[in-house]
Design a protein around this ligand. Structure first.
Ligand code: SF4
Ligand code: SF4
Length: 373
């Protein structure tokens, strides 16, 4: 296994797409991978459902088939919502190795655990299965990614010392959030001696576009630094953080991220102070705290573009309807592309059961409908 010495991982969940809006643009990804590797980064993070199942195949084509296996780190995850037995886990893990074109992964995670899923893992013997994977050498390290409260995390970490690492949503906007509990979860992992891999440091890209007042604060200190760089450096500055994942969508983002993470400098006190003020401004100006992970969309019977609607709604509220007609137009364009309208939600609840942020999606869609329909 390549020993990842730099704290930036390439998250393969928001890759560039071809003009059909669905197929991953393999050639563009290859170019991004090449620059990433040339700059000394080695860590690639994928998962079974990313890009509707394309992501692990893309990792094989863009990385595994083009670089020596010892030069990079592969991490992927078990889709626990699709597993009812350890036989399911075995079958899916084998399919993942095949997709990835490798006979082992460096890190294997139980994906997106919360209280209910932890109980399910207990029931089906998933923890023992993970240990067997590690003992057989097919997964070099094991852990779980997590979206729930810190108390439940504490209990899971205490009950499962065999889990070596934990992947958490950490970003400056969610640090003190009562629902995400970034800080409390980080502290729980640290107290239990587990290194942390950070997901969503830029909160699904939303911290790359902060309100004007926040941008002024950042620019006043470092005119050239992007808002995303502040967010990634914030997460990477936490001492118990082993890796920060960034779901990079184009070469520009990759060039930016790798530039300041190549010789990473933790935030100093003055920068920390700015981030605290930026977080307050951001949270005061964000109506719906969606990270655009899109876990909710695949099973929506009405094909409602939930995260896209929420992004438009947030923009609408942030600028106090200054550009309302533009947002309304963008909303209509999404409907013309075939998506269901917010008001067509049949309240089946599928989306809410998948949302790692535990957002009240159904109620929020009513707000969207009021704003744009
Ligand atoms: S509750 Fe509404 S938005 Fe959610 S999956 Fe069902 S129809 Fe789609
Ligand atoms: S509503 Fe929830 S599941 Fe859907 S994209 Fe936003 S954060 Fe993800």
């Amino acid at each position: 296994m390549a020993n990842p010495t730099k704290k930036l991982g390439f998250g393969l969940m928001r890759m560039p797409l071809l003009s059909d809006g669905k197929t991953v643009h393999l050639e563009a990804v290859k170019q991004m991978v090449d620059v990433f590797m040339q700059r000394g980064f080695t860590y690639f993070d994928t998962a079974w459902p990313y890009h509707d199942g394309q992501s692990e195949n893309i990792l094989r084509q863009a990385v595994v088939e083009r670089y020596d296996r010892n030069r990079f780190t592969i991490t992927t995850k078990c889709p626990v919502w699709e597993t009812e037995t350890t036989d399911d886990m075995e079958r899916i893990f084998n399919a993942q190795l095949e997709r990835l074109g490798t006979h082992y992964v460096d890190y294997y995670w139980l994906h997106a655990l919360d209280r209910g899923r932890i109980e399910k893992m207990d029931r089906i013997g998933a923890w023992d299965f993970m240990v067997k994977l590690r003992d057989s050498g097919r997964a070099r390290h094991i852990g779980f990614s997590y979206h729930d409260d810190a108390e439940t995390l504490e209990r899971a970490l205490a009950a499962h010392p065999e889990m070596e690492i934990v992947q958490l949503q950490i970003n400056y906007a969610d640090w003190d959030s009562p629902s995400v509990q970034s800080r409390l979860c980080y502290e729980a992992a640290t107290a239990h001696g587990r290194p942390v891999v950070v997901m969503e440091p830029v909160k699904g890209g939303t911290l790359a576009k902060v309100p004007e007042r926040a941008l002024e604060l950042m620019r006043g200190h470092s005119p050239q630094a992007s808002p995303a760089s502040w967010a990634v450096r914030y997460a990477a500055s936490l001492p118990n953080v082993m890796m920060v994942l960034s779901g990079m969508s184009d070469m520009e983002q990759l060039m930016d991220n790798t530039s300041y993470m190549q010789e990473f400098k933790p935030l100093d006190n003055a920068e920390r102070d700015i981030i605290r003020r930026v977080a307050d401004i951001y949270n005061d100006n964000t109506a719906i705290q969606c990270t655009a992970c899109r876990y909710c969309t695949a099973g929506c019977p009405m094909d409602i573009a939930i995260p896209d609607f929420f992004a438009l709604y947030n923009t609408d509220k942030r600028y106090e309807q200054h550009s309302h007609w533009l947002n309304e137009k963008a909303y209509k364009t999404l409907l013309q592309a075939g998506h269901g309208a917010a008001s067509q939600c049949i309240q089946c609840g599928q989306c809410e059961s998948q949302c790692p942020q535990h957002l009240p999606i159904i109620d929020s869609l009513q707000l969207v409908a009021q704003a744009f329909e």
